[in-house]
Design a protein around this ligand. Sequence first.
Ligand code: SAH
Length: 221
Amino acid sequence: MSTDIDLRGIGMTSQRTRSRLVERLREQGILSEHVLDVISATPRHALIDEALAHRAYEDTALPIGFNQTISQPYIVARMTEALLADGPVETVLEVGTGSGYQTAILAQLAAKVYTVERIGGLLTRAKERLGAMGYRNIFFRHSDGGLGWPEKGPFDAIIVTASPRIVPEALLDQLADNGRMLVPVGESRQQELLRLVKSGDDIEQTVLESVKFVPLLAGKS
Ligand code: SAH
């Protein structure tokens, strides 16, 4: 699926640099071979501007315009691994499409990915690029993802890639029974990545690690 983009992108070196990235993620404690395989197969450089493509396989966040960033590969790997830890999921809601990189990873691990972005320019670009890469199981929506996507829920998993101060109630409501949510919660300088598992009316919460995401903002633009 990624071969064409590879060749049109930064060329033959990208598979080698991706393999190096995967080795680094392994050293940092990512254990899921399934997740590592998907990262190894996904052309991150095709989801950022050409001027930055040569830095695509560094383990860092990079600017994607509109004052936003593509998430660091380690964080994408960590969140994806935690999302799938209790077994496969059919439907995932992603809040904060951004570059579409996390979306592309999820599309290879779940049957259907519903992704919501509040910035129209980012959503359009991600939709075009992911379409060109051949994904057919991603559904896009331009709206405030803090409200979820009620018509499509409940979801087996929800991943929030921008940080709210508290977990949005609407997202908890749209999580299926036994569903899991990964969400970075807190103030701008101090956020904790939470893993929530819904079980009837109860929510079991685990703190994974300290993280730094852009804020989850209300409304759309
Ligand atoms: N997963 C993305 C992360 C991008 S940064 C990637 O790796 O590229 C977070 C994204 O969340 C930004 O694009 C930002 O515009 C978006 N965002 C912030 N608040 C939002 C909201 N309420 N609803 C939907 N998207 C939101």
